[in-house]
Design a protein. Sequence first.
Length: 579
Amino acid sequence: MHVRSSSPLRSAAVRTLPVDPTRARSSVVVDGRDRAAARSFYHAVGFNDEDLSKPLVLIANTWTDAMPCNFGLRALADHVKAGVRAAGGTPMEFNTIAISDGITMGTEGMKASLVSREVIADSIELVARGYGFDAIVALVACDKTIPAGAMALLRLDIPGLVLYGGSIAPGRYKDRDLTIGDVFEAIGEHAAGKIDDAELRAIEYAACPGAGACGGQFTANTMATVLEFIGLSPVGSASPGATDPRKEKAGYQAGVTVMELLRSGITPRQIATRAAFDNAIAAATGTGGSTNSVLHLMAMAREAGVPLTLEDFERISERTPIVADLRPGGKYVALDVDKAGGIQLIAKRMLEGGLIDGDVRTVSGRALREEVASAVETPGQQVVATAERPFKKKGGLKILRGNLAPDGAVVKVAGHEPALLTGRARVFEREEDAMHAVDAQQIVPGDIVVIRYEGPKGGPGMREMLGVTSAIVGQGLGDSVALVTDGRFSGATRGLMVGHVAPEAFAGGPIAAVRDGDTITIDVDNSRLEVALTDAQIAERMQSWRAPKPRYTSGVFAKYAALVSSAAEGAVTRPPESV
């Protein structure tokens, strides 16, 4: 770009002209004589006076070439920038981190996943505040990047939106669609001798054919759905796959839309109201979505100043039928939703059934009901049902309480797992030990695997247990073995798996008192999680309990463990005085 000579506005010692309200933040950084040094830095990287006289729009990218989920975001950013420029703004891109759950799963590195949600939100906030950006587009894909982008927008409350990079196409093997969940279950099948090395290898190579986030209604696609329902993502933008040419058009339109938001003065907190959060919960539970949506929506609600409790999830799930037949509990993958009519069709069906509030505002400036009115259903599609004839009468998320989880625990109910299971505890102090036991086929029908000290503080970072849960299901134990943990689960998890147990073991929760052979009952219908011990017995055992030494005493994990709240509060980090 050619750097033009300074304009009168640039050289004036004191600003005498009224500031364009769309530049209220950036003008402080770039206008006037005293900001000549800042402009000089901008000139060095190609921005001229005309560029700097326009609103500055942050493109907060979570691109990485270390995983397929976010791989396409680098190219997508160029289309967003083009839209911003066409609509009269100046885009500037920065990149933050992203941790792949699928790659880190089952390792110490998985502890970084939930921690990354806070780091991503913090980094977007820091860049936005530091540079005085006027608006934001957050480009997201893998699980934690989506709520992190929304958290940052809600925290800053400046005009902005979140754009999802899109789902991966399904893999194909032996005439069936594959997702990454099939690979994890194949590992369990291999350990049980059900498949050989060659078949495991074939599944490994077939499951992930290119760029895009995990293909089922796992955490990424659950949260992408949620953000359209809550209004922070453009309706219809999430459904096209990562490699679909329509995603480029969605990117360009997102750049235009953020400038419209800026000029209208609409901010994220005006969109993410209590009614919008109720819609979001209905979206998660009505599509058989991930248990991680509980953590993430509670974290987002905190940033928005909207009160939200575990009971809200239970209440809305009870009244919301499942209207999308999606993996892992159903048959279809995310791109099948797109072929059927898109997320907007799901929203239209739920609106017709009175399950959501259609009057909530979206980033387009229009109400949700207006945005989904034009949704077109593909004739003969079998992916999305009506509220009157749903796939299941109640939603997929249940909140359990009892003497093992006084502050609550979360389970996803697909309808295939037992609703009542009583068994003997097999206690493990970390995920790896449980995985070794499953691999060695030491877990048998009637066992309830307990993995503790994997909570927000104890892990730290609340690892997902997809390796263990998939191995259990892969060995054919999904109907007779359950898992209970203060950690959490991948959205790809199947079976009777109870996570988010609170208080966690590291904080002295009752799960720390459980011993091998104790009888545990999981009663989904009555929302109970109990160990066959009296309060006195639990108290007696806890008298000799001492919190273990922190696994990390320095660095980001130590800071996170010192600041993080309970899973029952969304596992958010807070200043020490408010903990």
